[in-house]
Design a protein around this ligand. Structure first.
Ligand SMILES: NC(=O)c1ccc[n+]([C@@H]2O[C@H](COP(=O)([O-])OP(=O)(O)OC[C@H]3O[C@@H](n4cnc5c(N)ncnc54)[C@H](OP(=O)(O)O)[C@@H]3O)[C@@H](O)[C@H]2O)c1
Length: 244
């Protein structure tokens, strides 16, 4: 993998990166003092977020390497229920760097309509956190609890409440893996600190959506380019919230 930006001739900042260099490239800020929301997506060049309803068709080895690295740096993987269902999520496999256990998956669902036999509940080293409300049908919440999930009934599922719950649990290095609905809510609330966007060298067309959808009405937020890596035509872009 090549580092295209930042360009720095210092030996400590090599242009050629090995997989073991990635954790340093993608390190979270040392102590942001609050949850830091990093969002990770892969997209085709023409903006498709899925092929045949899933993101797998967009992946490349470079994207896979960064996806795995981001999980190993995170305290928690935050994901919308639509993605957990479409991508057939299971628990993360590898421990977070510096810990003994992988990050829990925290899934956001208003309906609690998740199949308890999903790998999310049956194939995980740590209990999956289900972030829902008391409005979700009680029998669904009970079924998820019986499947081993840590079901949390929050007063609402707005980003401030979701992140407040993660912070309460000491989970500050947040990795949001989408999907577009949850990402749209986070953007609308001004809660995205960082976007890691893989551009796959593919034209997909079709009717796939883009990486965010949801409420508008907010002025577009400026993001600053933090790094660009490249491998075999795949661009790995990292943007952080621009200083205001
Ligand atoms: N290319 C990529 O990197 C990538 C990444 C992720 C996903 N995807 C693709 O995106 C598609 C899924 O899109 P999506 O928009 O359905 O994904 P999503 O954001 O994961 O799921 C939306 C669902 O999550 C729950 N949810 C999310 N935020 C909520 C909130 N603030 N309040 C209440 N409920 C909330 C709701 O579930 P309930 O209906 O249960 O209430 C909602 O229907 C799939 O095709 C997937 O493959 C692609």
């Amino acid at each position: 993998m090549r580092r295209l930006l930042p360009r720095d001739p210092a030996p400590a900042d090599p242009a050629e990166l090995a997989p073991e260099d990635l954790p340093e490239v993608y390190a979270y800020p040392p102590d942001p003092g609050r949850p830091w929301v990093r969002v990770n997506f892969v997209s085709s060049l023409d903006g498709a977020v899925s092929v045949d309803g899933r993101s797998g068709g967009l992946g490349t080895p470079a994207d896979k390497a960064v996806f795995g690295t981001l999980r190993r740096l995170a305290d928690v993987v935050l994901v919308g229920a639509g993605t957990a269902r479409a991508e057939r999520y299971r628990g993360a496999r590898r421990p977070t760097i510096g810990r003994d256990t992988p990050p829990p998956i925290a899934v956001v669902t208003g309906s609690a309509g998740l199949d308890p036999s999903l790998g999310l509940f049956t194939d995980t080293f740590v209990p999956t956190i289900v972030l829902t409300t008391g409005e979700a049908p009680a029998e669904r919440r009970a079924a998820l609890r019986a499947a081993g999930a840590d079901v949390v009934e929050l007063p609402d599922l707005g980003p401030a409440t979701l992140l407040g719950e993660l912070e309460r649990r000491g989970l500050r290095r947040v990795l949001c893996e989408g999907g577009p609905g949850l990402h749209g809510d986070l953007i609308a609330a001004g809660a995205v600190d960082e976007l890691c966007l893989t551009l796959s060298p593919l034209l997909a067309a079709g009717d796939a959506g883009r990486i965010a959808h949801g409420p508008g009405g907010r002025a577009p937020e400026g993001m600053a380019l933090a790094s660009v890596l490249e491998e075999d035509g795949t661009l790995l872009l990292r943007y952080v919230r621009a200083a205001t």
